[in-house]
Ligand binder design. Structure first.
Ligand code: ADP
Ligand code: 5GP
Length: 187
């Protein structure tokens, strides 16, 4: 009898806003295009240059609530006044096709995933220091002062959660951080 396709593995990446998750993942995924980055749904407004269906599925609060009520999310969370969630059907389809999938999500969502799927590998991206984190967040120029303060406040809470992750990577030198991520994903 023909053997079924082996299921893909699920990786969850978290880290404080501004730590460099997006930058790190872009470099890694450009070199490893066979790995899929899950596209989340969010009620946040797109930043300049962000595209619907590419960076996120941008939806309204009503649409989000309806999907949550229908149990369509594998996980979801509120972050800084907006809702973010991972559609279960979207991820399961890719895993069943044998693809390895990365979710780039915040800590509450990550723990919901670990509860539902203990085999998922949780990776936390650490800043070299809190000063450098603030510097990167401001340098990105995408948030106003209130949003920056909220994100820094969240950062302290998220750093405490990092203890519950399977792996931690310090994003100081970008190339080194990409290598570490590669080792974890292919180990
Ligand atoms: P996140 O996705 O975690 O919110 P970003 O990827 O948007 O963070 O990065 C925030 C800022 O930090 C960007 O301006 C990015 O260019 C910069 N950055 C990312 N990684 C590094 C690094 N290793 N060293 C210096 N700056 C970095
Ligand atoms: P941003 O607004 O900067 O794109 O994302 C804010 C936070 O939401 C980040 O920590 C990001 O990892 C997280 N996030 C993005 N998508 C999801 C998701 O589907 N679920 C959860 N729980 N968090 C998400």
């Amino acid at each position: 009898m023909k053997k079924g396709k082996e299921k893909g593995k699920l990786f969850v990446i978290s880290g404080c806003s501004g730590v460099g998750k997006g930058t790190l993942l872009k470099v890694f995924l450009d070199k490893n295009p066979q790995i899929e980055l899950s596209i989340s749904a969010t009620t946040r407004k797109p930043r300049p240059g962000e595209l619907d269906g590419v960076n996120y599925f941008f939806i309204t609060k009503e649409e989000f609530k309806k999907a949550a009520d229908n149990n369509e999310f594998l996980e979801w969370a509120e972050f800084n006044g907006n809702f973010y969630g991972t559609k279960e059907a979207y991820v399961e389809k890719k895993l069943s096709e044998g693809k390895n999938v990365i979710l780039e999500i915040e800590t509450r969502g990550a723990f919901q995933i670990k509860e539902k799927k203990p085999e998922a590998v949780l990776i936390f991206i650490m800043p070299p220091s809190l000063e450098e984190l603030e510097h990167r967040l401001r340098g990105r120029n995408t948030e106003d002062e209130t949003a920056i303060q909220n994100r820094l406040h969240e950062a302290y809470r998220e750093l405490e959660c990092s203890e519950r992750y399977d792996y931690k990577i310090v994003n100081d030198n970008l190339e080194q951080a990409v290598e570490e991520l590669k080792k974890i994903i292919y180990s």
